[in-house]
Design a protein around this ligand. Structure first.
Ligand code: 8YV
Length: 332
């Protein structure tokens, strides 16, 4: 008798090519209308399935995991960050967790550069001039002046894959690279980037013109940029976040920008997604911040690559081998 295909529940719509391949390989349940799963639907899925393919819009918490059925053995996350999954509980229950690292690095780094430029160079403000109700009065030497980023100090928090990809781009833009990371990176990489390592995040923050958040959200990085740390920044410093909203104390950030104690921010992620603090939206209308709706990794090529990683992880696991992108306790 042929081996029974695993039941794989996918919580959101994925690119067609990925869904087609998953249907060929597995007994796949897709989410045709793309409505996010509630907790009851997640529980129903883990009770019946062998594999769950969630995304950041699912909360795979201890309560969901405690109701998993006997066949449920793998969470093959569609995404890099796993802060929406209680990984410790999953591992304790013998459930393997995988993610999709590497394939969205360059796309996220590109959008991080876009946000690094956006506020200093008044990008969104300028773009609205030609689509607004009044006509453009024309160029003048003192009009629409921003600040150059060339020669400024960029402090990268989290020098992993994405942080490094940001550093490479930023160096080419003439920024001076500084970074804070749990570990110092290899000497060759530091030399190539002409990067300065700061063991003390506090000391780095006090000296930066632009700060980019590129670390994962874990219990250790929740509000890493706390009200106290934000106060260490120069009053014209500018904060960019394409990682997770929870890493910055968003209320403190808003208060400081409103009070003119910080230059501004470029944010792709928010503390209570998809809700966005109305005060941030107001600051965006004043062009003090640029807000994007969590789209730093949103390329069709990237989503297909992510889907392929999910498929490889499921197949390897089902063949009885270690999947390539296992999330390990040391990564939490
Ligand atoms: C994805 C992300 O869009 O992969 C991540 O961690 O933050 C995003 O870029 C999303 O998480 C997909 O689940």
């Amino acid at each position: 008798m042929p081996k029974k295909k695993p039941l794989v529940v996918v919580t959101r719509r994925l690119p067609e090519r990925v869904e087609t391949r998953m249907r060929e390989l597995f007994d796949t349940e897709l989410n045709a209308d793309d409505r996010p799963f509630g907790q009851a639907e997640l529980v129903d899925a883990v009770k019946r399935a062998d594999v769950l393919v969630p995304t950041i819009t699912d909360r795979v918490d201890a309560s969901v995991l405690s109701q998993a059925g006997p066949n449920f053995k793998l969470i093959a996350n569609f995404g890099n960050g796993v802060d929406h999954i209680d990984v410790a509980t999953a591992l304790a229950r013998g459930i393997t967790v995988t993610n999709t690292p590497g394939v969205l690095t360059e796309d996220v780094a590109d959008m991080t550069m876009a946000l690094i430029l956006a506020v200093p160079r008044r990008l969104t403000e300028g773009a609205t001039v030609l689509t607004g109700s009044s006509e453009w009065s024309g160029w003048s030497p003192t009009w629409m002046l921003g600040h150059r980023i060339w020669g400024k100090r960029l402090g990268i928090i989290g020098m992993g894959r994405i942080g490094t990809a940001v550093a490479k781009r930023a160096k080419a833009f003439g920024l001076q690279i500084h970074y804070h990371n749990r570990r110092r990176v290899a000497a060759e990489l530091e030399q190539a980037l002409e990067a300065t390592y700061w063991e003390s995040l506090d000391q780095m923050l006090a000296r930066m013109d632009i700060v980019s958040v590129n670390c994962p959200h874990t219990p250790a990085t929740f509000h890493l940029l706390s009200a106290r740390r934000l106060k260490l920044l120069k009053s014209d410093a500018y904060v960019v976040n394409t990682a997770r909203g929870e890493i910055i104390d968003e209320n403190a950030l808003v208060r400081m920008i409103e009070a003119g104690e910080l230059g501004g921010a470029g944010l792709d992620v928010f503390e209570r997604e998809p809700a966005v603090n109305p005060k941030l939206a107001k600051l965006a209308r004043q062009h003090k911040v640029v807000l994007l709706p969590h789209m730093a990794s949103s390329t069709i090529e990237g989503r297909i690559d992510m889907g392929e990683k999910v498929i490889v992880n499921i197949r390897t696991f089902m063949d009885g081998h270690r999947p390539p992108d296992r999330v390990l306790p040391a990564m939490l």
